[in-house]
Ligand binder design. Structure first.
Ligand code: NI
Length: 163
């Protein structure tokens, strides 16, 4: 188990569509352990493989009572609408209000390669969508109007320069 380095915006891997997970072995389980360690260390609620520099469709989350590992995730259904604050470990947790569906159904494979579906509402649904987006090379700021997106990036760069 180890804490990995988080890839930050504008790392190219963050903008790439991840490759499918094909091997469900001890190496994948060890990767999930490292990703949970990295996520908890950074006090995040979700972490996708591209955020540690791996172009892979894989994420872990522990958000609002839902803790899971998702390989080859897809959002298969959504319903309603919610507007709420969101941030990302790859963008220095700078918050911005993002409008997303209220409910989402995630379809993915677990560490044994078994397919499962899980429904969530509110914050956990937001997390499903945010992390699945990472696997598709998309960041939460891609959902923002250009002006607000530029403001988040500007603030992130400014805060980074203080460290
Ligand atoms: Ni993120």
């Amino acid at each position: 188990m180890a804490v990995r380095t988080i890839t930050e915006y504008p790392g190219t891997v963050l903008a790439e569509v991840g490759k499918p997970v094909e091997r469900f072995d001890s190496e994948l389980a060890a990767l999930a352990d490292d990703m949970f360690d990295t996520m908890y260390h950074a006090e995040g609620v979700g972490l996708a493989a591209p955020q540690i520099g791996l172009g892979l469709r894989f994420f872990v989350m522990d958000c609002d009572g839902i803790k899971l590992v998702a390989a080859n995730p897809e959002i298969v259904a959504t319903e309603g609408e919610q507007s709420g604050q969101e941030g990302c470990l790859s963008v220095g947790k700078v918050p911005a209000v993002v409008v997303r569906p209220l409910r989402a159904t995630l379809r993915a494979q677990d560490l044994n390669g078994e397919w499962f579906e899980r429904e969530a509402e509110g914050y956990a649904a937001r997390c499903f969508m945010h992390e699945t987006d990472h696997c598709d090379g998309k960041l939460f700021i891609d959902h923002l109007p250009k002006l607000r997106r530029d403001m988040v990036v500007k603030r992130f760069k400014k805060e980074k320069s203080w460290k």
